[in-house]
Every structure is written in structure tokens, then in C-alpha cells.
Design a protein around this ligand. Structure first.
Ligand SMILES: Nc1ncnc2c1ncn2[C@@H]1O[C@H](COP(=O)(O)OP(=O)(O)O)[C@@H](O)[C@H]1O
Ligand code: SF4
Ligand SMILES: [Mg+2]
Length: 422
């Protein structure tokens, strides 16, 4: 199936579910716009994280890529071929190329099948293999996911949750896929084993050069595993960039709100809490213009900006190199100041500078106004120094000499707190 086209290309993907009334003559009352015009690409060996509050359309996007849902509009292409039009040998090849690991290892593995048959299912169905080859591959995969080849004849109920997820990963890798959908792969697991599974997935990615679409509402998981991250809100991608860039310079007010709702990943980073106003609106009748406008601190603080946000849907566009955002603050014609964060956005302001200012204003606290990128850097440094002093003071008051250092275990321990509330 390999070609010069990207591994996965999702173009203007829409999935609208009809809302019906009545049993026989079903009347369509409206549509749930679960996915509403999403574009992204994944290249070989890359992980794209998809984050957002519960119900924003992450799983529906993954299911459409997996052909478990048909798109209402738009397309999903694997190596340039529309997966929803595949037939015969191409369809078989797609099945071997794209695999999935779901959240719940208790329901995703058939209780009546032995581990050997679960792992070899995709291999036997999609590739020509002998019994000896299957046995050898199953033994190899069990070892690679940290289990033992002699466990092949056992049934899923004879394993713990973490071990079952290891079996699910082994099964997804059997046919040497190029892309695996990971839908909340560690969310259902005990906190103590999440880091092990995440590390295993990262190691296996390097070994197999497999790409992942990582669906998660846990920011720590995405930051640890994803090379790039897309933030979804009500069926649309509102921000997309390299993961570290996104976490260091979140541009979209929604992304900022998500991050400020989670704990900082390092004591050096101070976040000023942005409290989101209002409930997540219904995807059946999303708000006009930018669907985030009823909850957006920037728009709520500026009547002119709000008018524009209510009437005009922002499109995802590059605001800084490799960093896309769908927000009028970063498009030409943005007016007014953003009082809640103390940032003055001017028309045509360079987005990178704006991002720096946004971060600086967050760090320096509500009400700060930063006039230049140099000012912003100084404000960040000053707030870091203040933060360090505060952490030291707290450590001394707890009779500690050194504050805790950040590592994978810290990521794991705090991952509970970095979870986006649905
Ligand atoms: N089969 C379906 N029929 C109707 N609505 C659905 C269906 N599947 C999902 N939805 C709705 O689509 C929206 C997005 O759901 P989902 O993709 O599961 O979100 P997420 O994975 O981000 O939590 C939700 O409002 C959900 O209720
Ligand atoms: S477009 Fe307007 S409402 Fe939407 S996030 Fe940007 S400022 Fe807020
Ligand atoms: Mg989901």
C-alpha cells in the first residue's frame, strides 16, 4: 500500500448523527455534529495526540478513520486511497495497515478466545501465513509486550487489566501495521501501571516505526507520547502544532483554559487560572461563528471582538511556523484588548510575539500588560524566579531540602490531576 502520499490524510471530515423521533416513521429533528470539518495528516512513525473535553468528537474521528463510521462529508485517505471506497485486496491491505487499541481491555478482548487466537486474528485474516509462522509471531509479540510465550493458550480472564492491554497491543501489532488508533489506551488502567504501558507503546513505536493517533483527555499522556497535538472543541480542531510548542505557547483561549484547568507540569511554570464560563454547548445546535464564544474569556471581555466572534467562524490557519490556530485574535482585523489576560492584541500583531505575551501575562498574573517580546521574556523570567522562591519556601516549611524533581513517575502521579473534566 506504500506510496509517496502521506500515511493518513483526513480532509474536511464531517460526521453528523441524525437525531430522530418516533419508532416506525422516524422524523429527523436535527443532527449531532460530532465531527464538523476536521483536517489533519499523520506521517510514518509519528504520534498525533487528539485532546479535548468529553464529547468533542475524538472517538468519532478515530472510528471514521477505522471505517467503523462512514463520513457525512469529507474523506479519510491512507497512502492516498480513500478508505471508505476500498474493496478486495486493497481493503484487506488497509485492514492489516490500520489497527486499533481501545480504552477498556475488559470488553475489547473476546472472553471465549485464547490469547494466541486474539493476537493472531488480524495476521491470519489479512496475510498468508503458516501455522508455524503464526506460533512464532505470537511468541515474539508476547515477549515484546512483556508477557511470556507460554501464556499463549490462556484466556483473557486469566490476566490483569494491564496485562490485557498488553495483549491488545500485541494483537494490534501482529500484522505489522503502519498506523494504530489508540483511544484512551491507559485511561482505564490503574495509575501505577499507566507509565509502564505508555513507555511500552513508545518503545514499540520506535521498534516498528508505527504511527499512532492518540485520543486522550489526559494532557500528561499526550504530552509524554505525542509528537504533534490537535485540540478539539465541538467537532472542530481549534489548535494544532508540535506538542512541546503547544504546551509552551498555547495560543487559543480554549487551549489556555484547558491547560490552566490542569496542574502545571513543573513547579517553575505558574498558571493563572482562567475559569471557563458556561456549560459545553450542545453539538446539535452549536453557537454561531466561533462555537467557543459563549465561554471565551477574551470575547467576553471585549464587545467588539465578541460581535466578530458571534458572526464569523474562524478558520484554522498558521499563526506561527507550524502552529495553526482557529481564532480571530490571530487573524487580521483583531481589535481591542483582552482584559482577562492583560494582553493587548493589535491588528496584524506577530503571533509568536502574541503567544509569548499571552504566556507572560499568564505568568505575571491578571492585569499585566506587556508591550514587547523583550518585556514578555523578562516577565516570564521574573515570574519563574518568584515561583522558584515560593517552591523553595514551601519546601523549607515542610522541612524538605529539595523540591520533588519531574520525571515520568511524576507525570504518572499527576496524570490524574491533568485530566480534562468532561
Ligand atoms: N452513534 C452515535 N449517535 C448519536 N450521537 C453520537 C454517536 N456517537 C457519538 N455521538 C455524539 O457525538 C458527540 C461526540 O462523541 P465522541 O466522539 O464519543 O466524543 P469524545 O470521544 O471526544 O468524548 C457526542 O455528543 C456524542 O454524544
Ligand atoms: S474566535 Fe473569538 S470566541 Fe473564538 S476563541 Fe478566538 S477570541 Fe474566543
Ligand atoms: Mg471518546
Amino acid at each position: 500500500m506504500a506510496s509517496s502520499a502521506p500515511l493518513l490524510e483526513v480532509k474536511n471530515l464531517k460526521k453528523h448523527f441524525p437525531v430522530t423521533k418516533g419508532l416506525l416513521l422516524q422524523k429527523i429533528l436535527g443532527h449531532v455534529k460530532a465531527v464538523d470539518g476536521v483536517d489533519f495528516t499523520i506521517t510514518e512513525g509519528e504520534t498525533l495526540g487528539l485532546v479535548g473535553e468529553s464529547g468533542c468528537g475524538k472517538t468519532t474521528t478515530a472510528k471514521t478513520v477505522l471505517k467503523l463510521e462512514t463520513p457525512t462529508e469529507g474523506s479519510v485517505e491512507v497512502y492516498g486511497k480513500n478508505v471508505h471506497l476500498l474493496k478486495g485486496a486493497d481493503l484487506k491491505e488497509y485492514r492489516a495497515t490500520v489497527q486499533a487499541v481501545f480504552q477498556d481491555p475488559w470488553s475489547s478482548l473476546s472472553p471465549r478466545m485464547r490469547v494466541r487466537d486474539i493476537i493472531s486474528e488480524a495476521l491470519v485474516a489479512n496475510r498468508k501465513v503458516t501455522k508455524e509462522e503464526v506460533d512464532a509471531r505470537v511468541a515474539e509479540l508476547l515477549s515484546q509486550v512483556g508477557l511470556h510465550p507460554f501464556q499463549a493458550p490462556l484466556f483473557p480472564h486469566e490476566f490483569s487489566g494491564g496485562q490485557r492491554q498488553r495483549i491488545a497491543v500485541a494483537s494490534s501489532l501482529a500484522s505489522y501495521p503502519k498506523l494504530i488508533m489508540l483511544d484512551e489506551p491507559v485511561s482505564a488502567l490503574d495509575v501505577s501501571i499507566r507509565a509502564q504501558i505508555m513507555n511500552m507503546l513508545v518503545d514499540l513505536q520506535q521498534q516498528y516505526n508505527v504511527a499512532y493517533l492518540l485520543v486522550a483527555h489526559n494532557l500528561a499522556t499526550v504530552r509524554y507520547m505525542a509528537h504533534k497535538t490537535a485540540v478539539m472543541y465541538l467537532g472542530k480542531i481549534v489548535e494544532h502544532s508540535e506538542t512541546e510548542d503547544l504546551f509552551k505557547f498555547p495560543l487559543h483561549p480554549y487551549t489556555n483554559a484547558l491547560f490552566s484547568a490542569a496542574l502545571p507540569s513543573h513547579p517553575d511554570i505558574l498558571t493563572t487560572e482562567i475559569v471557563l464560563q458556561g456549560e459545553v454547548p450542545s453539538p446539535i445546535n452549536p453557537p454561531s461563528g466561533c462555537s467557543f464564544h459563549p465561554r471565551c474569556p477574551a470575547a467576553l471581555a471585549d464587545a467588539d471582538l465578541m460581535k466578530r466572534c458571534q458572526g464569523e467562524t474562524p478558520v484554522l490557519a498558521e499563526a506561527a511556523p507550524g502552529h495553526e490556530v482557529a481564532c480571530h485574535l490571530y487573524t487580521g482585523g483583531a481589535t481591542g484588548s483582552v482584559e482577562t489576560t492583560g494582553i493587548l492584541f493589535k491588528t496584524g500583531l506577530e503571533a509568536e510575539q502574541a503567544a509569548l505575551k499571552f504566556k507572560a501575562a499568564q505568568a505575571a498574573g491578571i492585569g499585566a500588560t506587556v508591550a514587547s517580546a523583550e518585556d514578555a521574556s523578562r516577565a516570564v523570567e521574573a515570574s519563574r524566579a518568584a515561583s522558584k522562591a515560593q517552591v523553595k519556601k514551601e519546601a523549607v516549611s515542610r522541612n524538605e531540602t529539595e523540591p520533588a524533581k519531574g520525571n515520568v513517575e511524576t507525570t504518572e502521579a499527576q496524570s490524574e490531576d491533568d485530566t480534562i473534566e468532561g
